[in-house]
Design a protein around this ligand. Structure first.
Ligand code: NAI
Length: 267
């Protein structure tokens, strides 16, 4: 078996920004032909330019993951051109609010669930068939810590990210016999356009509450995604991996105790 990613074809949704852009770049540097898919093609072209600067290969596709026909057409176009789709990274996502659940308008709730859950469903539905034919595939889904912890004033987001964990586990069982692995990453706070405002407000505090003492970067998530995409990880499926610098382990009491034990307290 060929143990490198060289020449493989990947579809990355939300590849035009933040974490998705980091994933596209990392895969391209490993020799993958990256299909950068998103709604904003101007931003996708920026990702393509960065990839080309790094001597990689990329193409841009306009894709709204909530639109099943659009997803079908894009996947078919890629398949016709390359005869394969080895990797699907279902990463596109959005948030609303902050709004308490009881104040959340139906449209906002609907929009977030559609983007994350129907978005992933639409992409998997189209790509899984192609992967099954080839008896090979790597699917990686971007969940979030919110999917296990909940998130105040972002219930639609937490529900969607939780749902993606259920989808990951189910797909791992269904697609494993066809040589397809399905895993998920759960990023902590990552420095992207999505978190720009929150980072300005609470970045310092999050940094101090993270054992690795920094805010995550898109490359941190990309490293985990590329790991799951490797042909060598064929026995690793149905895994949900936190990429959070240890944030989820930490309680405020730990931060306090660390200060006591290291002599930082009161300085
Ligand atoms: P971002 O806002 O930079 O990127 C999100 C991307 O998804 C954008 O390119 C956006 O255009 C795209 N997108 C949204 N709706 C779409 C649709 N209907 N069709 C196609 N593309 C669509 O944010 P970021 O942070 O890079 O988010 C990427 C993923 O990581 C999301 O799923 C997000 O929920 C998840 N995540 C982010 C965390 C963070 O701290 N930044 C933490 C945990 C998870």
């Amino acid at each position: 078996m060929n143990n490198t990613l060289q020449g493989q074809v990947a579809l990355v949704t939300g590849g035009n920004s933040g974490i998705g852009r980091g994933i596209c770049l990392d895969l391209a540097k490993k020799g993958v032909k990256v299909m950068v898919a998103g709604r904003n093609t101007t931003k996708s072209q920026e990702t393509k330019a960065l990839i080309e600067e790094a001597q990689g290969f990329a193409e841009v596709y306009r894709l709204d993951v909530t639109d099943a026909d659009n997803v079908h057409n894009v996947v078919q176009e890629i398949y016709k051109k390359y005869g394969r789709i080895d990797i699907l990274v279902s990463n596109a996502g959005n948030t609303t609010g902050p709004l308490f659940t009881h104040n959340t308008p139906y449209e906002e709730w609907d929009n977030v669930l559609k983007t994350h859950l129907y978005g992933a469903f639409n992409c998997v539905k189209e790509c899984a068939e192609i992967m099954q034919e080839k008896k090979y595939g790597r699917i990686v889904i971007t969940s979030s810590l919110a999917g296990i912890h909940g998130l105040t004033a972002q219930s639609s987001y937490a529900v969607a990210k939780s749902g993606l964990v259920g989808l990951t586990y189910t797909l791992a069982k269904e697609l494993g016999p066809s040589g397809i692995t399905v895993n998920a990453v759960q990023p902590g706070f990552i420095d992207t356009p999505m978190t720009e405002q929150q980072l300005q407000m609470c970045g310092e505090q999050w940094k101090n509450e993270t054992p690795m003492r920094r805010i995550g970067q898109p490359q941190d998530v990309a490293t985990a995604v590329s790991f799951f995409c490797s042909p060598e990880t064929e026995f690793i499926t149905g895994v949900v991996m936190r990429v959070d610098g240890g944030f989820m382990l930490n309680l405020s009491v730990d931060t306090l105790l660390y200060k006591f034990a290291s002599g930082e307290f009161g300085k």
